[in-house]
Ligand binder design. Structure first.
Ligand code: NDP
Length: 504
C-alpha cells in the first residue's frame, strides 16, 4: 500500500499495471482486449492539436494589469474604471513564421498578445512588437504568409519569395525597415514593446467615440541581438526566450510594461494626410502624444504550458463594452479569421477551456452541443435552450451597444485602390532619416543585405528601387553592402532557391 493516488483509466477504472502489455502467455502476442494499452497509445496519438499556421512558436506568462491613470473620459470599459484596479492577464509572445520547434532568436516580427480577464468578459489585445504591418488589407494576408513559409519544392524558407512579394507591395517597406533594424531580433520578449498596431475605438459613458492606438512600453529596456550574436545563441540553444523568461520569473525579476494610448478624435481622423486606419502607418507622437494608462506585470510561469499557452486562443474580436473596432481593413479581416482558426485548431467550444474561459465574468449563451460541450448552460431550466423563451434564459443588454458610426456611403461599395503612393514612403523615410543614427543605418544596410544576398538580381533591383524612394542613402547603403559582401551572417536562412526552372 502507498499514499500515492491510484492510477486509473480515463473512465476511472484502476490500472493493474502501467508497465507491461497483457499477452497470451509470457512469450505470446499482445491480447487485443488490453484496452489499457490501447488507451495509452491512442492518447499519445492525439497529444497534439494542429500548430498555428502563423505564430506557432510561443512563450507565455500569467500576471496582472494595474490602472495607474484615469482614462474614463475616453472609455467606459470596466477594466479602466478606477485607478488601482487590477485585472488578471495571460500573455503569449511568438515569432510569426517559424514552426513550433523554431529557434527563439530568429529575425522576425514578434506577436504580443494579452488576454485581460475583465469583469465584462475577456478583452484580447492581439498585437505585435511593431506598430505597423507589411500589408494593409486582409485580402493579401494568405499571399504574404505563404512567402514567409517553406517553398513548396525546396521545403526551405525562401528569401526570393519574401523580397519578390515586398517589392510588389511598396507599403511593406515601413515594416521591413523595422524588421531589418536593431529591433528585428529582441533579446527576449521582456525586452520589446508591444503595440495594438491597429486603430481601435473607445467610447465613454456619454457615448462619445475616440480612435485609439495601444502601446505597451518595455520597462526592461530595448535589448536586441545582432545577427552574429543570434547565430551564436541559436547554436547553443533554440529556447533562449523560454529560458530567459523562466529565469526572470524564478528570480522574482518580473517583466513589466507601461501601457499608453494615443487618442484621435473622429474629426481629426478626417483630416490626417495619411489614412489613420491604415495598418502600415503610425500616428506621429508629436501630434498624438502617448497618454499613460497603467502597468502590466507578468509574474507567473503557467503550471502547464500546453493547457495555458498552446490552448490559448487570442481573438481581436474579444472586445468589451467601451472598446471597439475601427475601419482598419486588416483588423476587420482578423476579427473573422482568428475565431475561425481557433474553431479549426482547438474545437467548437474552445473558449470554455481554462486558458480562454472568462475568469471574472459569467458566460451565458445559446450555443449548444458540439465538441468540448463539457459545461452546463441550461440556466437552471432545460427548456431555456432557445430565445425568446418564457423561462430564465439570458437576454441581451442594449445599454452596452456601441455608439453609431458615421460611414461614407460610397465606402460600402468601393474597393480600396491598391496603388503605389508617395504617402507610403513618408513614415519609413522619417524612421530612416530622423530616428536612426549613422550606426543604426549602417547595421540596417548590412542586415538587409544579409537577408537579400541569396535573392535573384531582378528582385534585388526592384526592392532597391523602393529603398531609393524612401531615401537614396538607404538604397546606396544596401547596394554597397551587397556588392562588398560586407554584411553579418545572413539572418534569413541562405538557400540556393533562385526561381525554379519550370519545364514546359
Ligand atoms: P518620434 O521621434 O516621436 O518617434 C520615433 C519612435 O521610433 C520612437 O519613439 C521609438 O518608438 C521608435 N524607434 C526607435 N528606434 C526604432 C527602431 N529601431 N525600430 C522601430 N522603431 C524605433 O517620431 P514619430 O512619432 O513622428 O515617428 C517617426 C517614425 O518613427 C515613424 O515614421 C515610425 O517609422 C517610427 N515609429 C513611430 C511610432 C509612433 O507610434 N509614432 C512607434 C514606433 C516607431 P517607441 O517609442 O514606440 O519605442
Amino acid at each position: 500500500m502507498t499514499d500515492k493516488p491510484t492510477l486509473t483509466s480515463t473512465s476511472g477504472k484502476p490500472y493493474p499495471t502501467n508497465e507491461t502489455s497483457e499477452t497470451a502467455g509470457p512469450r505470446g502476442p499482445v491480447m487485443m482486449q488490453d484496452h489499457y494499452l490501447m488507451e495509452k497509445l491512442a492518447h499519445q496519438n492525439r497529444e497534439r492539436i494542429p500548430e498555428r499556421v502563423v505564430h506557432a512558436k510561443g512563450w507565455g506568462l500569467q500576471g496582472e494589469f494595474k490602472v495607474t491613470h484615469d482614462i474614463t473620459k475616453y472609455t467606459c470599459a470596466d477594466v479602466f474604471s478606477q485607478i488601482g484596479k487590477t485585472t488578471e492577464v495571460l500573455s503569449r509572445w511568438s515569432t510569426v513564421a517559424g514552426e513550433s520547434g523554431a529557434a527563439d532568436a530568429e529575425r522576425d516580427v514578434r506577436g504580443f498578445s494579452l488576454k485581460f480577464y475583465t469583469e465584462q468578459g475577456n478583452w484580447d489585445m492581439v498585437g505585435n512588437n511593431t506598430p505597423v504591418f507589411f500589408i494593409r488589407d486582409g485580402f493579401k494576408f494568405p499571399d504574404f504568409i505563404r512567402t514567409q513559409k517553406r517553398h513548396p519544392k525546396t521545403n526551405m524558407r525562401s528569401p526570393e519569395a519574401m523580397f519578390d512579394f515586398w517589392a510588389g507591395q511598396p507599403e511593406s517597406v515601413h515594416q521591413v525597415t523595422i524588421l531589418m533594424s536593431d529591433r528585428g531580433i529582441p533579446q527576449s520578449p521582456a525586452h520589446m514593446n508591444g503595440y495594438g498596431s491597429h486603430t481601435f475605438s473607445m467610447w465613454n459613458a456619454a457615448g462619445e467615440r475616440h480612435w485609439v492606438k495601444f502601446h505597451f512600453k518595455t520597462q526592461q529596456g530595448h535589448n536586441w541581438l545582432s545577427d552574429a550574436k543570434a547565430a551564436e545563441i541559436i547554436g547553443k540553444t533554440r529556447e533562449s526566450y523560454q529560458e530567459e523568461l523562466w529565469n526572470m520569473v524564478e528570480a522574482g525579476n518580473f517583466p513589466k510594461w507601461t501601457m499608453n494610448i494615443q487618442v484621435m478624435t473622429e474629426e481629426q481622423a478626417l483630416e490626417t494626410e495619411y489614412n489613420p486606419f491604415d495598418l502600415t502607418k503610425v500616428w506621429p507622437h508629436d501630434e498624438f502624444p502617448l497618454i499613460e494608462v497603467g502597468e502590466l506585470t507578468m509574474n507567473k510561469v503557467p503550471e502547464n504550458y500546453f493547457q495555458m499557452v498552446e490552448n490559448a486562443a487570442f481573438n481581436p474580436n474579444n472586445i468589451v463594452p467601451g472598446i471597439g473596432f475601427s475601419p482598419d481593413k486588416m483588423l476587420q479581416a482578423r476579427v473573422m479569421a482568428y475565431a475561425d482558426a481557433h474553431r479549426y485548431r482547438i474545437g467548437t467550444h474552445y473558449e470554455a477551456l481554462p486558458a480562454n474561459a472568462p475568469k471574472n465574468a459569467k458566460v451565458n449563451h445559446y450555443h449548444k452541443d458540439g465538441s468540448m460541450r463539457f459545461f452546463t448552460n441550461d440556466f437552471g431550466n432545460p427548456n431555456a435552450y432557445y430565445e425568446p423563451n418564457q423561462y430564465e434564459g439570458p437576454v441581451a443588454d442594449e445599454t452596452v451597444a456601441e455608439p453609431p458610426l458615421r460611414i461614407d456611403p460610397e465606402a460600402v461599395v468601393a474597393r480600396f485602390k491598391q496603388e503605389e503612393a508617395e504617402i507610403d514612403y513618408v513614415q519609413p523615410r522619417a524612421l530612416y532619416a530622423e530616428v536612426f543614427n549613422d550606426e543604426e543605418r549602417d547595421r540596417l544596410h548590412k542586415n538587409m543585405a544579409g537577408g537579400m544576398a541569396p535573392v535573384s538580381d531582378s528582385v534585388k533591383e526592384r526592392w532597391l528601387a523602393i529603398l531609393k524612394k524612401v531615401d537614396p542613402r538607404y538604397e546606396a547603403g544596401v547596394r554597397k553592402a551587397l556588392e562588398t559582401g560586407n554584411h553579418g551572417d545572413p539572418s534569413l536562412p541562405v538557400t540556393d532557391d533562385t526561381p525554379l526552372e519550370v519545364a514546359d
